[in-house]
Structure formats: C-alpha cells, structure tokens
Write a protein that binds this ligand. Structure first.
Ligand SMILES: Cc1ncc(COP(=O)(O)O)c(C=O)c1O
Length: 456
C-alpha cells in the first residue's frame, strides 16, 4: 500500500517539475493516445498500480498545463506546492467535513482560515464564511441568503413558503455581470431575465448615475474584477445608494477580491466592506487546487437559515461552527485545509506580494504590447490585459498559432464589441521573464501572420 502512495507521489512530483517546461497545449498525439483509457470495464478489475500507471502514461500528457507560469487563460491560477501537499494530506484524512463534532480538524482549519481571510480582505469580522466549490456556487450561496433575508424583512418566509406569491424582488445587476451570476439567479428561482441591468462605462464599471432610485426589496449584484478589464464597480458608492433601504449588496469578486490584500490595489474596492456579501475563488488567485470557492456573508443567521439542515441523526450543537451550516452540501471534502495551508505559508505579506507581482506582470505585458505598436484596449488596473493586434482576423489567427506553439497560452474574448486577445496573470510562479518570453513569441507570430494575411 505504502509503495503505491510513494510511487504515485513520485510520478506527481515529476509531472509538476516537467509541466513548467512542457508545451502548454495538449498535442494531437497525446489527445489520440488518450483513447487508450477508453477501455471496457473489466470483470475482475486491475491492480491499483496498473491503474495509476495507465492514468499517468495516457492521462498526464493529455493535460493542458494550466499550472504553468505562462498559462494566461481563463483568469485562473496554479497551485502553490504547500497547497498541493496539504491537498494530498487532506485526501488521506478523507474527512466528511460537514460537522465539527465528527471532523474537528477540518472544521477548525476552516474556522481559523475564515477569520484570517476576513481580516486580510478587510471584511466585517462578524461575517460567516462558506467553503464551496467555486465562485459560481459562492454567488449562489450568498444570494440565497440575500433572497431570504430581504424577503423575511418584508414579512415573507421563503424557507417555509417558497417563492410563489412572495413580494417582488428588484434584482439589480450590471451589463457586465459574469454569466454565472445569471445561472445563480436562475437556480434561486429569481430568473435570468427579471433583472434591471445597469449600463457600464468603457472599462465595464457600473455607472452609479445610471442607477434607478434603490427601492426596498432590492438585491444589487456588483463586481470586483471584470473578467476582461479587471475593473471594479464603484462598490462603496453603490452601497451608499442602497443604505437605509431593505436592500442587499453582493460583490462578485471571483478573482478581484484578493486585491483587497494589497495596499497598492485595495483602493479599487474602496467601501466594499459596506456590502452584505462577497464571493471569491481560492482556486484562482490564491492558487490552491480545485475546487475551492468562498462566500462571506455579513449576516450569519441569514446564511445559516438558507443553508443549515436539521435531522434527528445529526448532532446539533449551537456553540460550535458546523461547516455544513453555511454550504449547500452536507457531505464534502475538507477544502478549507488547502486555504489554511497556503495562507499560513504566505502570511499577509506573501498574499500581498502575490497580488502585486501578478499586477506588475500585467502592466509589463501592456507596456511591451504598446511599445510594439499594438492596441491595449483596457486600463490595466489589475491582472488583466486585453489586446487588439490590428484586426479580428489577425487576433484569431495569432491566438490559434500561439496556443499551438505551446510556450504560453492566451485566450480570446469579445471586448468593446471586438474579438481580442485576453491575458490574465494569476499564477504564483509568473515572473517578468515569463512575460518577456511569452510576449516575444506572440509578437513574432503576429508579425509572421501579418505578412501572411497581407499577401492573401
Ligand atoms: C467575475 C466572475 N464570477 C464568477 C466566476 C465563476 O467562477 P467559478 O468558475 O470558479 O465558478 C468567474 C470565473 O472566471 C468570474 O470571473
């Protein structure tokens, strides 16, 4: 048994070593070979060692190297070694982390890291924290609490009576809200379409002067970190518009919330501590393994009433923090362990340095593109850079060729009605050398493609 674990750890370590230098995109050969895993299920099964060997032989080469310091797609991060290691340990613990009484270790690690994060991010210390799978579920979880409390204050118990016949809620969102916000609204029975959309400025920020008067029974969903530009809505100002009303302000900060840990960048979210709830991902900018999202809610009882369950066979102790009182799931892994490990490893200064380093790399990218005569389409205020190389056809052709070349990986987006290249710097390892090397490849390919396109 022990041998299986040590051999597997060795394979995983080799994979991690090599993946920093390997081509990021999955090759066609590796994709083909992957079919070797598509076998009929045998009657008798196979040895554990053979299963792992086969996974490594055919699975590992067919993984996109998303943990590479030169992976700039999708606004995601890698995973700090301490968090990969803690993840292995937590997997070995195999704790069903719903209840403090039965899993004290994972429950305590969540409680402690929740306290650390509220302080690190400047959020109200009384807030409750839910450790969920990602920002989509974090948004869902926080908005469930929002829906319940706002309706409760207007005399409706959505927990008991559902939404049929309830007072109307005004859901105020941004023209630039992330698509998963709509999904959360749909899952909550609030509907994707029954929203008031606030127009945005050229950086994708909600324009406060375009707000209608905020009425009672409103839920306002703001954004800290636009997926293209990285910009923040003026959250403090929006909170002021909602003050004194039966209203709830939520912040979707899937990656941007971590900027609050940086003295240099926290001005972007000025006043956001006045909001009622915040969602973020640890698996993005905090660089822990998937899946790890977080919801912070200023009103713990509202979150608890939306999420907690009671059952005769479950111990109920009011004085302790049961993780499942705050999350949609009852049974789940101890995902707080990785968050705890990486925070303890980095400390306040380490998280700040991570944020600042990524932002510096984004600014450096923008500088290199601008100096070479390309159009950087956004104000680079955080870790996001949107570039127009000259035409949509060129953007698309270069993107494709860069991805195939393998040194780095950049994604595409539509920004200001134009198909453009989007670069997100979120990885704990990325340095200015990675930026320079990646830019050189993009620039070379863009020049070649420009020549080719002008010949045709
Ligand atoms: C602003 C925003 N909200 C929500 C999400 C969804 O996050 P997840 O994929 O972790 O559920 C993302 C993902 O990029 C995002 O950028």
């Amino acid at each position: 048994m022990n041998k299986l674990y040590t051999q597997t750890a060795q394979l995983a370590a080799e994979y991690l070593e090599q993946s920093n230098h390997a081509a990021i995109q999955v090759s066609d050969v590796a994709r083909q070979a992957l079919q070797q895993l598509d076998v009929p299920l045998s009657m008798a099964g196979e040895s554990a060692a053979d299963v792992i060997k086969s996974l490594h032989q055919f699975g590992s080469p067919a993984t996109m190297k998303m943990g590479s310091p030169r992976f700039f797609g999708f606004v995601i991060g890698g995973a700090y070694p301490v968090s990969v290691a803690s993840n292995w340990l937590a997997t070995a613990w195999d704790q069903n982390s719903g209840l403090e009484k039965t899993t004290p270790a994972t429950a305590l690690l969540e409680k402690v890291s929740a306290r650390w994060m509220l302080d690190l991010l400047g959020l109200p210390e009384e807030s409750a924290t839910a450790f969920v799978t990602g920002a989509t579920v974090a948004n869902f979880t926080a908005l469930a609490a929002a829906r319940n409390l706002v309706l409760k204050r207007s005399g409706w118990d959505v927990e008991a009576d559902g939404l049929q016949g309830s007072p109307e809620l005004n859901i105020i969102i941004s023209e630039e809200s992330h698509p998963t916000v709509y999904k959360s609204l749909a899952m909550l029975g609030l509907g994707r379409n029954r929203v008031i959309k606030i127009p945005t400025d050229e950086q994708g920020r909600m324009r406060p002067e375009a707000f209608p008067e905020v009425m009672d029974n409103s839920v306002i969903i703001t954004q800290a970190g636009n997926i293209n530009s990285g910009s923040f809505d003026p959250i403090g100002q929006i909170c002021d518009l909602a003050a004194g009303k039966n209203a709830w302000v939520h912040v979707d900060g899937a990656f941007g919330l971590w900027a609050m840990a940086s003295a240099q960048h926290c001005h972007l979210g000025e006043g956001m501590e006045k909001a009622d709830s915040w969602a973020t991902d640890a698996h993005k900018w905090l660089n822990v393994p998937y899946d790890s999202g977080l919801a912070f809610v200023r009103h713990p009882e509202a979150l608890k009433s939306a999420m907690a369950i009671t059952a005769a066979y479950l111990p109920t102790e009011q004085a302790v923090r049961n993780p499942s009182d705050y999350t949609p799931e009852l049974s789940r892994r101890g995902r707080g362990v990785d968050v705890y490990a990486v925070l303890r490893h980095l400390g306040y200064k380490g998280v700040e340095a991570l944020v600042d380093r990524c932002c510096d790399c984004a600014v450096y990218f923008a500088k290199l593109f601008s100096q070479a005569g390309y159009h950087v389409m956004n104000e680079v205020v955080l870790n996001q850079v949107v570039v127009d190389l000259g035409s949509e056809a060129l953007n698309l052709a270069v993107l494709d060729a860069v991805q195939k070349e393998g040194t780095c990986w950049v994604g595409q987006t539509i920004w200001q009605d134009r198909l453009a290249m989007r670069i997100s710097v979120c990885n704990w390892q990325t340095t200015t050398e990675d930026v320079a090397e990646s830019f050189a490849v993009i620039h070379r390919i863009a020049q070649q493609m420009t020549d080719t396109l002008s010949e045709t």
